[in-house]
Design a binder for this molecule. Structure first.
Ligand code: SF4
Length: 132
């Protein structure tokens, strides 16, 4: 006998500024793992459906933080992933980023770490820093 449970969830699609409120019916197994997304409504475009499936199976977020700077006119450089990466990788990525020191000067968009944790996504600078 299946112990799976179907529940209705409501959350916003954050893919674009419209932030449509999605209503999602999802089936969970006994461990709380989503085994099937049964329906998605409230989305004004197909990207909302994709977002809902991803949010329930592998949520993705842009990671933003800072890294230390050597020889620059600022001590810290704000950085972010160029695109969203799996949320479950954020703690591991932070462990890696914590040890990074960049040399000034650096320009916004410069790659700080290539292919972060084999995600094919780069960590990039979010602002300009000049040499000290
Ligand atoms: S469903 Fe489409 S229109 Fe609505 S927030 Fe998501 S991307 Fe934007």
């Amino acid at each position: 006998m299946s112990t799976n449970v179907t529940e209705t969830l409501r959350f916003n699609c954050t893919t674009c500024p419209s932030e449509c409120l999605l209503t999602v019916e999802a089936e969970h197994d006994a461990n709380g793992t989503v085994v099937e997304v049964r329906s998605v409504t409230g989305n004004n475009c197909p990207r909302g459906d994709t977002f809902a499936h991803q949010e329930l199976t592998c949520p993705m977020r842009v990671l933003t933080t800072t890294v230390a700077v050597s020889g620059g006119d600022e001590a810290l450089l704000p950085v972010r992933t160029a695109e969203a990466i799996p949320l479950e990788l954020h703690a591991q990525a932070m462990d890696l980023i914590r040890g990074v020191v960049v040399e000034g000067a650096i320009r916004m968009g410069d790659v700080v770490l290539e292919n972060l944790l084999d995600t094919n996504i780069n960590l990039i600078a979010s602002m300009d820093i000049d040499r000290a």
